[in-house]
Design a binder for this molecule. Structure first.
Ligand SMILES: [Zn+2]
Length: 159
């Protein structure tokens, strides 16, 4: 069943990629500063994507398709709440970065949270959620979209 206004569906962008989200997609990049970590290093909540999903087995940020007319930050927080036990009420949104592919956009919503307790999986789209130090990202197989975006959003929300 297709809901009215649901963004579920595939789109081909003008670069020829196939993307999920009829009205674009949004992800939540939530950062936490742990005083035990070296200067300049944050922890970011990463999602290990279920094997059946697009680019399954890679690590990215929680997120998904925007509904019709839904603001990117609303979609990012909604998706994060659907996919994890993260307390989104404690999350402060600081910035947004729009990656415009032509005919499709991915908005990275950058936020910060004062605490980083363990986060458990909700739903079927991920197998694990983990706070990962930003200087350890190169040890993980990143989702190709996130790997491209990360250098461009790395300093957003760091004050
Ligand atoms: Zn594209």
């Amino acid at each position: 069943m297709i809901e009215i206004g649901s963004g579920d569906g595939w789109v081909q962008c003008s670069a020829g990629h196939r993307h999920w989200g009829l009205f674009g997609a949004a992800g939540l990049l939530v950062r936490h500063r742990d005083d035990a970590d070296p200067p300049g290093v944050d922890r970011v909540l990463l999602q290990h994507r279920a094997s059946w999903s697009h680019h399954g087995g890679t690590w990215g940020i929680p997120g998904g398709a925007r509904d019709r007319g839904e603001a990117a930050r609303v979609a990012a927080l909604r998706e994060a709440a659907e996919e994890s036990s993260l307390d989104t009420a404690a999350v402060q949104v600081l910035d947004e970065f729009v990656d415009d592919h032509g005919g499709w956009t991915y908005t990275t919503v950058v936020a910060r949270t004062p605490t980083a307790p363990p986060v458990s999986v909700r739903g079927r789209e991920s197998t694990e959620l983990r706070w990962v130090r930003t200087d350890r990202f190169d040890e993980l197989a990143l989702h190709p979209g996130f790997a491209t975006t990360w250098p461009r959003v790395r300093l957003l929300g760091t004050g």
